[in-house]
Design a binder for this molecule. Structure first.
Ligand code: HEC
Ligand code: HEC
Ligand code: HEC
Ligand code: HEC
Ligand code: HEC
Ligand code: HEC
Ligand code: HEC
Length: 406
């Protein structure tokens, strides 16, 4: 990467789309060079907001909205005006932060670097349980209960439908198109609930040229590693990018098409000639892999971790939003003695206010009053851990339902 793309402060530096990373011809390089400075959300975002070829397409939690975000959209970058490098600390230009997709890594970044393993210390009656939950639950499971809340993100991308120049794209309820002849069919989501999975810090990834089971109903291009039995795994929120892509039907690996025309004479680029055979032949040649000549469309899923868009503390999930067992009259007093000065019911319910989010125009009406935010059974529990016990132990005092006092 060149220096200016990260150190430009003028906002005039840009790259030419087919230029393989070279600056666009009309950039005044002298002016840009005379105005270099610290990296910023704008300079890092000039690439990262556009992963997948446009704003908020691939990364649900990185979009142009983060240039001037609302506090409720991202409390660090909005509320406290963090730059990217504030969290992605660099040393000798090694930028810390593991990616979900590519295995290169220059160090990890974690909420715990700044907030410690026991971040809840404000003296509230919830601190004890919240800090204990941090051993099992990733911070953003509670602190970022919906993703793409500032801008809709693409969640379905079917390449097999591309090529129909006559098909008129329709706009969905967020104003996003459902089709583009170059790229195929799309679906978008705004403020959906994440998918939750156990994650120990590692991802399985399908790399270029790697054999896959092309007859499987779905091929996971990235897949979190983790298990309920592993003490270092935590329940972590993900966006799953689903789609349809092409594999080589004989070599059993993914095909790389040549898309963007190199020049006017280009006869193989898909976006010029709309011929997959030619595009795959050329693309695979460019990456030095054999193409058998027959291809097949397969469904792919890609797990993307949600690391940004942390909401203000008062919008974290409440006890009741996960624990159905605390919904009725008995809440904390299932296990603790009643105290005249404490309204247990109120504090058990203090958390994400979906009505407030609705009033700001977010598409979250279906999440209001829900008490099953993370599906305990799908994660390997027998049911609500307050009733059935946690992953390594049951509470010593018997279970909520069968309290001696009842
Ligand atoms: C991928 C983005 C990126 C690229 C490319 C990049 N830098 Fe940096 N650079 C950073 C970040 C992040 C820092 C940490 C301070 C900051 O946020 O600006 C930094 C810091 C620096 C500093 C130290 C500034 C200080 O205050 O201590 C210098 C000097 C520097 N870069 C020069 C360069 C040069 C010269 C190049 C090209 C050879 C380059 N950088 C390419 C991101 C980048
Ligand atoms: C409040 C802290 C914070 C800020 C601010 C922040 N990030 Fe991150 N980012 C993280 C954490 C934590 C991770 C997870 C990294 C890890 O596991 O090592 C991450 C991961 C990433 C990843 C990898 C995503 C993936 O799953 O593949 C990218 C890319 C990234 N950040 C870019 C940015 C950019 C660009 C900005 C500024 C617009 C930014 N970040 C601002 C905390 C932050
Ligand atoms: C010129 C485009 C560009 C710019 C500018 C840029 N990045 Fe990246 N960055 C990439 C690409 C490409 C990757 C690897 C592919 C991916 O993760 O999607 C990457 C990977 C990352 C990762 C994952 C790290 C890893 O080892 O896999 C992080 C974190 C990240 N960038 C943060 C930043 C930050 C912070 C800045 C600003 C200081 C920045 N990037 C500026 C293009 C860019
Ligand atoms: C580079 C350090 C740094 C990293 C990394 C970081 N934070 Fe923060 N965070 C801060 C600072 C500083 C504040 C503001 C002061 C405070 O409340 O402690 C803050 C505030 C917060 C708040 C309270 C916001 C409010 O005012 O209501 C929450 C919640 C939070 N962070 C969660 C997270 C989560 C979740 C992550 C990981 C995705 C994370 N932080 C990563 C430094 C960091
Ligand atoms: C089980 C849900 C849950 C988990 C997991 C969780 N938090 Fe919190 N967090 C909350 C709630 C709820 C509040 C508001 C507490 C209150 O108002 O008493 C909060 C408050 C905070 C605050 C504001 C300071 C304070 O003491 O109120 C910070 C900072 C914070 N969390 C950071 C984190 C970080 C970092 C992690 C991961 C290491 C994390 N949280 C994990 C639910 C959670
Ligand atoms: C994001 C969902 C979520 C939220 C929010 C949440 N919990 Fe839990 N809770 C869990 C999970 C998962 C376990 C099981 C932990 C384990 O396997 O050890 C658990 C276990 C428990 C247990 C029994 C295990 C033990 O030893 O502590 C209690 C008691 C409990 N939670 C109370 C609370 C209270 C009080 C709150 C609000 C401050 C709360 N929970 C908020 C998911 C949640
Ligand atoms: C299913 C039983 C259960 C429920 C429900 C429960 N707790 Fe607890 N709580 C415990 C147990 C057991 C402990 C003792 C320490 C431990 O094992 O975590 C504890 C410890 C605490 C502590 C720390 C006490 C100390 O002396 O340090 C506080 C404060 C607390 N709980 C508050 C609450 C609040 C507030 C709620 C409701 C929002 C609640 N608890 C719901 C079982 C429960």
């Amino acid at each position: 990467m060149d220096c200016l793309v990260c150190h430009d402060t003028t906002g005039t530096y840009k790259k030419a789309p087919p230029g393989a990373g070279m600056p666009a011809k009309d950039v005044d390089l002298k002016f840009v060079a005379q105005n270099v400075g610290h990296s910023s959300r704008a300079s890092c975002g000039s690439c990262h907001f556009n992963g997948g070829g446009g704003d908020a397409i691939k990364h649900a939690d990185l979009s142009r909205q983060l240039l001037t975000p609302d506090r409720n959209c991202d409390v660090h970058m909005g509320g406290y005006d963090f730059s990217c490098a504030e969290c992605h600390k660099t040393r000798n230009h090694k930028i810390a932060g593991r990616s979900s997709s590519v295995p290169a890594s220059e160090g990890a970044v974690s909420c715990r670097d700044c907030h410690s393993d026991t971040p809840h210390y404000c003296g509230s009656l919830l601190d004890h349980h919240l800090n204990k939950h941090c051993k099992t639950i990733d911070c953003n499971t509670c602190h970022s209960p919906v993703y793409a809340k500032c801008k809709p993100t693409k969640t379905w991308w079917d390449w097999s439908k591309a090529g129909d120049k006559k098909r008129k794209p329709k706009k969905d309820k967020y104003g996003q198109p459902d089709y583009h002849w170059k790229k195929g069919e799309f679906k978008w989501k705004e403020s959906p609930k994440p998918t939750y999975a156990w994650y120990d810090g590692y991802m399985e990834r399908v790399l270029m040229g790697q054999k896959v089971d092309i007859h499987a109903p779905v091929i996971n291009l990235t897949d979190p590693v983790g298990s309920i039995k592993d003490p270092s795994s935590k329940i972590t929120p993900f966006k799953i990018m689903k789609g349809v892509q092409a594999v080589d039907a004989e070599n059993d690996y993914f095909l790389i098409p040549h898309l963007f025309p190199r020049n006017k004479e280009d006869k193989t680029a898909y976006w010029k000639n709309l011929d997959w055979e030619k595009a795959f032949t050329d693309g695979m040649q460019a990456v030095n892999l054999d193409y058998s000549g027959t291809f097949k469309w397969v469904e792919t899923w890609m797990y993307w971790r949600l690391e940004h868009e942390v909401m203000p503390a008062n919008m974290a999930l409440s006890c009741v939003q996960c624990h159905e067992s605390l919904k009725e009259e008995k809440t904390c007093n299932r296990c603790h003695q009643d105290n005249r000065d404490v309204d247990f019911k109120a504090i058990a319910q203090k958390g994400t206010d979906f009505s407030f989010m609705m009033s700001k125009g977010r598409d979250v009406s279906h999440l209001k009053d829900t008490t099953d935010y993370i599906d305990f059974k799908a994660l390997g529990y027998e049911g609500d851990p307050i009733i059935h016990g946690g992953r390594f132990k049951k509470l010593p005092m018997g279970y909520g339902d069968k309290m001696p006092r009842e």
